[in-house]
Design a protein around this ligand. Structure first.
Ligand code: HGY
Ligand code: MN
Ligand code: MN
Length: 398
């Protein structure tokens, strides 16, 4: 099969223009926003042009299907609130190019997918979580974003694009190409990463409820300040995690909402996101216990109320040996001595899809290891090398 690198790069840049924002090649295209739906419409047209049948399920997962059984390839086209042009989009457009090149070569059959809400406006990889049965549609529908919008209401934005469910049984396996989003390949001067396994994640909202009051007249010792509670929780947590975490463990408080968020008011309520990731499920559970104990202690010491949102999460998964082997052989042919096997520290739809079929993933470098930021980028020759590896792997698996 012959990849057309000009066609691939032109499509990637055209998709970037939908929701382009910020500096460099930034994109703002969160799930179900106008830009996200417009990008899905544009992709649906490209799938049709490629001779694929367009299907969209109730979550807004967008498929380009071949007739009969096929390999499924793709990723997601939604972005973080501030994202780069490649996180997700690369995997979808690379899959489209391989599907096209494969049809031109007379096979093997490749279908394409862009999963919805991979970036977790409503949870953790919500679109593929529902498609894979990890979350039921009613469970997903009651999840809310940081502004309080329910997924049930947001997904109505897919409107008439929705055609109905897509049966996973029609696919023989799933391959996802993605940027690494970390510094490993770039700092080693390597071109390709073949993923060995994907870390696990836990994510939940935590609320401290104190007493809103006047910032001038309320003595310090009488305050029930929700921000001070978050601050104390964060410091204590770092101390208590010390004996449990490994150098690869990560945790993040990435979203904090203070009420009413005014300079002259002691904040009465703080709602924040608590997220932690590791390759070991047991460690994730031990960390959860520490988080709950620590929050409980802070709330008790300060006379405050504590509550939690639903605990969302995905366990670590290994990639399928056969699919991974095909990618490794492709990597050795395209980038001899310039590739490695490596774990993924970011979450991907492949984790959910692994419940349904064999999965594997391919990485290309992220310049300076930056992602989930407007500055995210990858050298075009590395993007093309990745697609070449995919094409070789798909031919070999055919
Ligand atoms: O956060 C993640 O790992 C993914 O990009 N959604
Ligand atoms: Mn992604
Ligand atoms: Mn991402």
């Amino acid at each position: 099969m012959q990849i057309n690198s000009d066609r691939f790069l032109a499509d990637l840049h055209a998709l970037r223009a939908i929701g382009a924002a910020g500096v460099g090649k930034g994109v703002v295209r969160p799930a179900y926003t106008e830009a996200d739906v417009a990008a899905r419409r544009w992709l649906a047209e490209r799938f049709q042009d490629a001779g694929l049948e367009v299907a969209v399920d109730g979550m807004g997962n967008l498929f380009g299907l071949t007739e009969g059984p096929s390999l499924l390839m793709g990723s997601h086209s939604d972005s973080q609130p501030e994202g780069g042009w490649l996180d997700g989009a690369l995997g979808v457009v690379a899959a489209l190019e391989v599907a096209r090149a494969s049809r031109e070569a007379g096979g093997p059959a490749v279908s394409v997918v862009s999963f919805q809400d991979e970036e977790g406006r409503f949870g953790v990889t919500t679109g593929s979580a529902v498609w894979s049965g990890h979350l039921s549609q009613p469970e997903a529908d009651v999840l809310t974003d940081h502004a309080g919008v329910a997924l049930a209401d947001a997904r109505a934005a897919m409107g008439k694009m929705v055609t109905g469910p897509v049966d996973p049984a029609r696919f023989t396996g799933f391959i996802e190409m993605h940027i690494e989003q970390g510094p490993t390949l770039d700092s080693a001067g390597e071109q390709i990463g073949v993923v060995s396994d994907i870390v696990g994640i836990r994510d939940m909202k935590v609320t401290f409820e104190g007493q809103q009051n006047h910032a001038g007249t309320t003595p310090m010792h009488l305050r029930k300040d929700a921000f001070q509670a978050v601050s104390a929780f964060n410091s204590l947590l770092e101390e208590r995690f010390r004996n449990v975490v490994s150098p690869a463990t990560v945790w993040t408080i990435g979203h904090v909402s203070l009420h009413p968020n005014a300079s002259s008011i002691v904040p009465g309520r703080a709602v924040f996101s608590m997220q932690w990731r590791d390759g070991d499920s047991d460690r994730l559970s031990r960390m959860e216990a520490i988080i709950r104990d620590t929050a409980q202690q802070v709330a008790q010491d300060r006379g405050m109320e504590l509550s939690y949102g639903p605990l969302l999460g995905l366990d670590p998964v290994k990639m399928d040996a056969r699919l991974r082997g095909a990618l490794e052989a492709g990597a050795e042919a395209v980038a001899p001595g310039k590739w490695r096997a490596m774990p993924s520290g970011a979450l991907h739809d492949a984790t959910n899809v692994s419940r349904l079929m064999p999965v594997a993933m391919l990485f290309v470098p992220s310049i300076n290891g930056i992602s989930h930021a407007f500055e995210e980028d990858t050298a075009e020759e590395d993007l093309v090398a990745g697609v070449e590896v995919l094409a070789r792997a798909v031919s070999a698996l055919g």
